[in-house]
Design a protein around this ligand. Structure first.
Ligand code: PLP
Length: 484
């Protein structure tokens, strides 16, 4: 079986292996990773673990391919990707070696720059709210009220769909705020959008789907979730009007989109493309999965409503409390078409019976009392102010940087001018300054298709730091990008 290997014996030309290197791809393969992704992941891990130390010369692609029982080309591509990410270096005539300072700021598994690995003094990672805004007092009051009024049966095993109180509250809230057309019988509470997406992908796989279309740039852990459920991920190109849905691949039974605010590039999906995506789904008995991860945070224009309203039988709506309250709650919801209600609920029951009830009851109370609306409004003002500060600071210190995707959400994309340092160099400099930021290329659904000549870009999560730390984080970012 391909994929489980001890590399070795160590050739004399490899420095500092000190012995065989165990690379196990089987587990990663079982979790749904492709061969190349599994190999990349295993090598990254070996570098991070210190099993492959800087300067170590790696076996030739042919030798490693033979060792692992996989095609040489797969190894060539994996080496190429890891070189692009800064883990490895490759020089004509001297083969591939572990970089002297391998992939600064990248995390262990998916090469995501990680707050927490090195000393992070300034956290501008995307995808996180300001956790200091969590409404502790209001949450506590709502929890007390919810606990005092919950029936005894609420503490038992219940429906895999989640508490009816929350599903009722969300039905009204989502209709009012996002234009979602659903009812409590079609809403399922899950443990984060990540679980919801995993359940959906498993349901799609059960009905025979083999591939999920995803936006060219997205959230790689979501792609991993789809692959773990047995679906290949097929990228759809993007432009300034969002996903180019006319290029949707015929092999896919569904497409995952972020229509309100493309993650991470920031464009809303144009109206004609929304309609075309729904048509595409209807024609093939397929689905659009709408990830509405930050739909409540729109600043400059009228809110862009959920596309689910175009056809609730073809669009699965996914929402989350991860941005509006806190990711640690692990509270999210799916508004399901009829045909997916039974399979998704069955898979949810299999996965974990149901999501924990006390936080569901508390969130229901928060929503029905109007406190949630007030909290979201307060956060929106707060993030909008930060966004304005970011734009103003960059205009002053780095006027050639183009800031995009700022009409909504908690992050912006900074496109660097031609001739700037590469993304890897910028990330290394950011890390040395204790600044955690992400490169746009990390978000590519298919990193092997990365354009080596693409202008570098950073994804900046301006919501992440608590208020007192934001000015210093902004200074550190401006210093990094200052045009000298
Ligand atoms: C694009 C996108 N979708 C969804 C989520 C929320 O995921 P979850 O609810 O699993 O925390 C995030 C959070 O970072 C995100 O960036």
């Amino acid at each position: 079986m391909p994929g489980r290997a001890i590399i070795g014996p160590v050739s004399s030309s490899w420095t500092s292996f000190g012995g065989d290197l165990h690379l196990d791809l089987t587990e990663r393969r079982a979790a749904g990773a492709g061969l190349r992704a599994a190999l990349e992941d295993a090598l990254r891990e070996a570098v991070q673990d210190g099993r492959l130390v800087p300067g170590t010369r790696l076996p030739s692609s042919r030798a490693l391919g033979e060792d692992l029982g996989i095609a040489r080309n797969t190894v060539v591509e994996a080496y190429g990707q890891l070189t692009a990410e800064g883990w490895l270096t490759s020089r004509q005539g001297s083969g591939t070696t572990v970089a002297r300072r391998a992939a600064p700021g990248r995390s262990r598994r998916a090469a995501r720059p990680a707050a927490g690995r090195r000393t992070v003094r300034h956290d501008l990672m995307a995808g996180r709210p300001d956790l200091s805004l969590f409404p502790r007092t209001a949450w506590l009051a709502a929890a007390r009220r919810a606990l005092a009024t919950a029936p005894h049966e609420a503490f038992g095993y219940g429906s895999p769909f989640g508490r009816i109180e929350l599903r009722r509250a969300l039905t009204d809230y989502l209709a009012r705020v996002r234009g979602v057309r659903t009812d409590p019988d079609h809403l399922l509470i899950c443990t984060g959008v990540s679980q919801g997406l995993g359940l959906l992908c498993a349901a799609l796989r059960e009905r025979g789907d083999r591939a999920l279309a995803v936006e060219e740039y997205g959230l790689p852990p979501q792609h991993a979730v789809a692959r773990a459920a047995g679906l290949a991920t097929v990228p759809v190109p993007l432009d300034e009007a969002g996903a180019r849905v006319e290029r949707l691949d015929g092999r896919c039974g569904a497409v995952l989109l972020t229509p309100a605010h493309q993650f991470p590039t920031g464009a809303p999906l144009a109206a004609d493309r929304r309609a075309a995506a729904v048509r595409w789904a209807r024609e093939r008995d397929g689905y659009v999965v709408e990830d509405d991860y930050d739909g409540e945070f729109r600043y400059d224009r009228q809110p862009v409503g959920a596309m689910q309203a175009l056809d609730p039988e073809r669009v699965v709506y996914a929402g989350t409390a991860a941005k509006s309250l806190a990711p640690g709650l692990r509270l999210a919801w799916l508004a399901l078409p009829d045909a997916l209600v039974e399979p998704v609920a069955r898979l949810k029951r299999l996965a974990d019976t149901m999501s924990p009830v006390l936080d569901q009851l508390t969130l229901a109370e928060l929503i029905t009392s109007g406190t949630y609306d007030r909290h979201v409004r307060r956060c929106r003002l707060h993030y909008r102010r930060r966004r304005d500060q970011l734009v103003a600071a960059l205009a002053e210190h780095a006027p050639r940087v183009r800031v995009t995707g700022i009409a909504a959400g908690l992050h912006a994309v900074l496109q660097l001018p031609p001739g700037s340092a590469s993304e890897a160099e910028l990330l290394a400099r950011a890390e040395a300054a204790g600044l955690a930021v992400e490169g746009l290329s990390w978000h590519l659904a298919d990193r092997s298709a990365a354009d080596p000549d693409a202008a570098p870009a950073l994804v900046i999560g301006y919501a992440s730091p608590p208020e007192h730390a934001f000015p210093a984080a902004l200074d550190a970012l401006c210093e990094l990008l200052r045009e000298r």
